[in-house]
Design a protein around this ligand. Structure first.
Ligand code: SAJ
Length: 406
């Protein structure tokens, strides 16, 4: 029996996948409402195939609760935010989860930490908590780090097909945990030590952040001389050893825009490229504002209230708004331009910002210029409504030949 702690974007799909592959699973989360929804068969965020997977897992007997269980194996998948000033990890959720597990776990239990943590977190914060309880790691209890690698928008496919890394003090314990993941994972599972596993996860996301920053910087360079950055990237990418990512309105989500800061926070005098890259990505929402301002001037628009931002989520076809470029832009807009931009996102049902619309037609009717912040499928299917609008396309998804770009 496995007790999965934290039923968010990673814990829930992992729990469901294990439960549908012959493993007894109980999911625990401190959010009572979320637990009831799941027990009633309602998914708590949108992801292709998740609904069907929840129904099959319920049929196989998965249960959700707010209580920690007395079992031999725990998978801890709780958030790991970072402190915006020191850039260091805030490990409080993982620490709380471990403390709660220690109160109930069986002797010789294994704690698998799936949450992304900054390199060294387990040595610095988790081992001391366990040792303080008088437990000997490796004898009374085992620790494993099994960072997840799945991408929102294609989570279930990637859960099954991605390779994985498992870090453990003891190879046999690592292999035992690998066998649970092998119940559904067709990818290769490498077993290494905990420090290495921690580092690989953060490095993977940093690699992507730095590459996106390069594309974003290129975009700004090309803007100076009015060159088409997208054509330039396409041609460069025809070279067999060049693969530049897509520039855009900024980098959001809880991973690429967060994890690289751990390296900056812990290695401030060495992680210089990472630091600069993160700053470039963070500057992109302001670059969008600068372009909005330029395009307003060219088209004699003086009312910011006639401009609409399409998309509030951090990327296409997900409902996750954490650290999204649109939210960053709106925050910045409050400081620079008069507030009043209108906003619409088909995936965001709650009111989370000012001037937010829930009806697409009303949104389109009330604006003269649309800024495409996210290329949701919904927009691609409704492109014709943009034909008589001024368009700033930050994602290169619009077929309107007169669209402006970043
Ligand atoms: N973005 C760009 N240009 C690109 C690609 C992405 O501007 O060429 C932007 C997106 O629009 C978004 C942000 O970057 O705002 C991040 O999106 P993403 O699709 O690159 O990544 P995430 O954050 O959804 O998921 C990442 C993945 N990591 C890598 O690809 C190395 C995923 O595999 C990880 O499991 C996940 O982080 C995580 O949980 O750590």
């Amino acid at each position: 029996m496995i007790n999965v702690i934290g039923l968010g974007y990673i814990g829930l799909p992992t729990a469901l996948m294990l439960a549908t592959h012959g493993i007894k699973v109980i999911g625990t989360d401190y959010n009572n409402e979320l637990v009831s929804e799941l027990n009633e068969g309602n998914i708590t965020f949108s992801e292709e195939g998740l609904d069907e997977l929840l129904q099959s897992a319920l049929e196989k007997g998965i249960k959700f609760t707010t209580a920690y269980q007395s079992v031999d194996t725990y998978i801890i998948s709780v958030p790991t935010p970072y402190d915006k000033i020191s850039k260091k990890i805030d490990p409080s959720f993982v620490i709380e989860a471990v403390k709660s597990v220690l109160k109930v776990c069986n002797v010789n239990a294994t704690l698998v930490i799936e949450s992304t943590v900054s390199p060294g977190t387990i040595d610095k914060y988790i081992r001391p908590i366990i040792e303080k309880e008088g437990l000997v790691i490796g004898e009374d209890i085992n620790i494993v780090h099994a960072p997840e690698r799945i991408i929102p928008g294609n989570m279930l496919y990637e859960l099954i097909n991605n390779n994985r890394t498992i870090g453990a003090d003891n190879k046999m314990v690592g292999e035992r945990i690998a066998s649970y993941y092998k119940s559904f994972c067709k990818g290769k599972i490498v077993v290494t030590n905990i420090r290495t596993a921690e580092m690989t996860k953060v490095v993977e996301n940093t690699f992507r952040a730095v590459n996106i920053a390069f594309a974003n910087e290129l975009l700004k360079i090309c803007r100076v001389d009015d060159l088409d950055v997208y054509e330039i990237i396409n041609i460069c990418n025809m070279h067999p050893r060049v693969n530049i990512l897509q520039p855009g309105p900024g980098v959001g989500g809880h991973c690429i825009s967060v994890d690289p800061w751990f390296l900056v926070g812990d290695y401030p005098s060495t992680a210089k490229l990472v630091n600069t890259s993160m700053k470039i990505n963070d500057s992109m929402p302001d670059h969008v504002l600068y372009r909005i301002h330029q395009i307003m001037k060219c088209n004699n628009i003086d009312d910011i209230g006639r401009i609409g931002l399409y998309g509030l989520t951090y990327k296409e076809d997900v409902d996750d708004c954490r650290e999204s470029p649109t939210l960053q832009l709106l925050e910045s807009q409050e400081r620079h331009l008069a507030p009043g931009l209108k906003v619409f996102d088909p995936y965001v049902k709650d009111d989370i910002v000012k001037n937010q619309y829930h009806d697409f037609k009303n949104f389109i009717n009330d604006i003269d210029m649309v800024v495409i912040m996210v290329g949701h499928k919904h927009l691609l299917e409704n492109m014709e409504v943009l034909s008589n609008k001024i368009v700033l396309d930050t994602r290169l998804v619009c077929n309107n030949l007169n669209a402006y770009h970043l």
